[in-house]
Design a protein around this ligand. Structure first.
Ligand SMILES: [Zn+2]
Length: 316
């Protein structure tokens, strides 16, 4: 027989057992992280605070690397405000690199003849500050072409991790310059801005010879006291850019240079540079075929991709 009182007592005992058992499972269950573990990761580390300050300071050098906290401590100290790339993420190919892009000329140069024709140092001799640049037969200006390719290339370089410095910040009919000497000096070691790994001066040519088309890259001639220290790496950079442009299908010049490479000592931008620097004449704006490529967004994208490939290969 099972009486009413006994039934109530048994039900109460079963309820207590169920509550205690459930609570024990919750405390010891496999999926229940205990707060003691996380706290011990912090309190058991004698240099926990030092570890935090080291991980926040990427410029601390060898001492910082020697005291890099363990993965467990790092996890406990999240979020780590370190700007360094985590070991699990591959570094961008151009991370830490600085590239100067010099879009040739300026759209307003023709409206400022006195300023543009004033002479400046071009590397031991004087030359006009700048020129107006050329244009396609249809009137697409070289200044606009070089600006649009530079903007396209800047985006690609920055996506690859590089810092890009432009020698002009606009393409404006109301502005002129900068002069060639300033364009060459930007990014030089010891200058006001970041020291650059290289500079590309972007141009389009204006040759009227029938059938003259294709690109050529101009490297600085070795001139004692001026470019003798950058001539060799600049020539290697020119060759890498040549290969990059050929790789995306741009035609090599039929009328200047040898296999897409020319060497000159008369260009102020190259003479005043103190880091590997080249000038790229991306095509002949007076040639209908080159002009079609230069005036199209897809064509300018192709030039930028070829230049990116050349820069990336050269920087290794
Ligand atoms: Zn030009």
């Amino acid at each position: 027989m099972f009486g009413r009182v006994e039934g109530v007592v048994l039900a109460a005992m079963l309820l207590v057992a169920a509550v205690v058992g459930g609570a024990m499972w919750w405390v010891s269950g496999p999926g229940a992280p205990t707060p003691e573990v996380a706290e011990s990761a912090l309190t058991d580390a004698p240099d926990g605070l030092a570890g935090l300050s080291v991980s926040a300071d990427s410029a601390s050098g060898d001492r910082a690397r020697a005291r890099t906290p363990s993965p467990e401590r790092r996890a406990a100290l999240e979020p780590a405000p370190s700007p360094t790339v985590s070991p699990s993420e591959p570094a961008l190919p151009l991370a830490g690199r600085v590239v100067v892009l010099d879009p040739g000329h300026q759209l307003g140069n023709s409206r400022f003849p006195a300023e543009v024709n004033a002479t400046v140092d071009a590397g031991g001799f004087t030359k006009a500050c700048n020129t107006t640049g050329t244009a396609t037969a249809g009137g697409y200006p070289e200044a606009t072409f070089t600006w649009e390719v530079a903007v396209e290339l800047r985006a690609l370089l920055e996506s690859a991790g590089a810092q890009v410095v432009m020698t002009r910040s606009s393409n404006s009919a109301d502005r002129w310059g900068p002069c060639i000497d300033e364009r060459g000096r930007i990014g030089n070691p010891g200058g006001p801005g970041p020291a650059a790994d290289l500079e590309l001066s972007l141009h389009g040519d204006g040759n009227l010879a029938a059938g003259a088309h294709g690109f050529h890259v101009i490297a600085p001639e070795s001139r004692a006291g001026w470019t003798d220290d950058i001539a060799a790496p600049s020539l290697a950079l020119a060759q890498s850019l040549r290969d990059g442009l050929v790789g995306v299908g741009v035609a090599v010049s039929t009328y200047l240079g040898v296999d897409g490479i020319d060497v000159r000592g008369d260009l102020g931008t190259l003479n005043l540079a103190d880091k590997p620097t080249v000038m790229v004449e991306l095509g002949n704006m007076r040639d209908p075929g080159d002009a079609a490529l230069m005036t199209s967004a897809s064509g300018r994208r192709t030039y930028a991709e070829g230049l990116l490939a050349g820069v990336t290969a050269w920087l290794g």
